[in-house]
Design a protein around this ligand. Structure first.
Ligand code: 5GP
Ligand code: MG
Length: 176
């Protein structure tokens, strides 16, 4: 059995401050034609991030989402179900790929080449959270909000069996 921690790991104020500084870091690194968010966990992060990014031009930046989820048990890592990439036109585009959390790394490690196969000129990755101690695939994100310990986290878009996504802070789930 798991229960929600009583105190947040990352508070609302810390999230808002870091998302703002991350947006500035990304903007300083160059322009992107399109932000691609990975559903569902990144939806709140993406919406806060784009509102904090300075507009590169009057049209702003394109934003699209697609679905990627790993399935199977942990012994079967590597099986990734992707949908919504089929009709995405990425030829020549500079893509910022955004996920909620970088854990084993298998998701981003597989997605980056898929976007390049679809013609993306540049693919940079951005995650709100990073659990470096869990890494299996040889990948680091280009932009990281917070490095955290190996704890299961929920809130600010992240779920546990589809619950807890709308909590405004990052909370941990503790075994009881
Ligand atoms: P990776 O392929 O890097 O192992 O996994 C990334 C995905 O695993 C994330 O997009 C997220 O859906 C899920 N994930 C990994 N760690 C956590 C966590 O602590 N909390 C939640 N809610 N999801 C996680
Ligand atoms: Mg995910």
């Amino acid at each position: 059995m798991y229960k929600l921690s009583s105190k947040p790991l990352i508070s609302k104020a810390e999230l808002s401050e870091r998302v703002n500084s991350l947006a500035a870091e990304i903007a300083a690194a160059g322009e992107f034609d399109i932000l691609l968010g990975i559903l569902t966990g990144s939806f709140i992060f993406v919406s806060d991030l784009v509102r904090a990014m300075p507009k590169a031009n009057e049209k702003g930046m394109r934003v699209k989402f697609f679905k990627a989820s790993s399935y199977g048990d942990s012994t079967e890592h590597g099986s990734l179900k992707v949908s919504g990439l089929e009709n995405l036109e990425l030829a020549g585009l500079r893509v910022l790929l955004v996920d909620d959390i970088l854990d084993t790394g298998n998701t981003l490690y597989r997605l980056v080449p898929m976007l390049k196969e679809r013609g993306a000129a540049v693919v940079k990755t951005c995650v709100l959270l990073d659990k470096p101690s869990r890494r299996e695939a040889p990948i680091e994100a280009d932009f990281v909000g917070f490095k955290i310990e190996n704890k299961f986290v929920v809130g600010y878009g992240l779920d546990y069996a589809d619950d807890y996504r709308t909590l405004p802070e990052i909370m941990t789930m503790e075994e009881v």
